[in-house]
Design a binder for this molecule. Structure first.
Ligand code: GLP
Length: 238
């Protein structure tokens, strides 16, 4: 059963996301799965401004662009430093190595890291086409960490962060959907009207590989945290 929590706006979402993170920590969560994108920023702001002690915990990020160095301003390494780790660090934080050209080696290394450090609490954002991590529509629900060829819609959505559309990397390393589903608890956040269709499909329509996030209907401990705009196409009462 998905728990659906509707809040007024992303600021209120940040407070609710923080509460869930704090409760997981209180319940002995030690490995936190983290996401990039604009969506989780309000939650990260609340967490890093708090006095929560996660100095003995580790974090494992969902994905990274292939070919970008950790110092590249648009890398997910750099995003996480700026929005989270520079403000308040974990004991150790892992992000896939976008500079490792050996796809087999990097994806196996990352999958092993997660197998050895099972994720207690995973934060996700929701792509406009229903993607989670960089798992685009059609990705098998049992997929493990893999190299992804980005779809044109994701390249276009992310082009605003680069000088030129041609500078957007074409590939990424991403946890698979099966990898994500092994997390004990999952929080997925979505804000704004442009996520309303994906939210509707994720929650109220049959689970299908065409909508990666709809796999979460099959997980036993998921909270969907959305604002009123993202909830605007839902027809049931929550
Ligand atoms: C990227 C990330 C996803 C993220 C999505 C939505 O594609 N790989 O993890 O959920 O963008 O981003 P935003 O939160 O900015 O809408």
């Amino acid at each position: 059963m998905m728990k659906v929590k509707i809040v007024a706006d992303p600021t209120a979402g940040g407070k609710a996301g923080y509460e869930l993170f704090a409760a997981a920590l209180e319940n002995n969560a030690r490995v936190f799965g983290l996401a990039t994108g604009s969506t989780p920023i309000s939650t990260y702001d609340e967490i890093t401004a708090s006095n929560l002690d996660f100095s003995k915990c580790i974090s494992i990020n969902l994905d990274e662009y292939v070919s970008l160095a950790p110092t590249h301003p648009q890398s997910y390494h750099a995003f996480m430093q700026e929005h989270f780790f520079d403000k308040k660090p974990f004991s150790k934080s892992y992000v896939p190595d976008g500079l490792n050209p050996d796809e087999q080696e990097e994806t196996a290394r990352y999958e092993k890291l997660i197998a050895e450090n099972p994720i207690d609490f995973q934060i996700l954002g929701l792509g406009r086409n229903g993607h989670i991590g960089f798992n685009e529509p059609g990705t098998p629900f049992d997929s493990i960490t893999h190299r992804v060829e980005l779809t044109q819609s994701t390249i276009d959505a992310n082009a605003r962060f680069f000088d030129n559309e041609k500078d957007v990397p074409r590939y990424a390393y991403s946890m698979g959907i099966g990898t994500i589903m092994k997390s004990k608890e999952i929080l997925i956040e979505a804000y704004g009207e442009n996520k309303a269709d994906a939210v509707k499909k994720m929650i109220e329509e049959p689970s299908t590989e065409q909508v990666p996030a709809s796999v979460l209907q099959q997980h036993s401990n998921v909270t969907v945290l959305i604002d009123q705009a993202a909830a605007s196409k839902l027809t049931k009462k929550y």
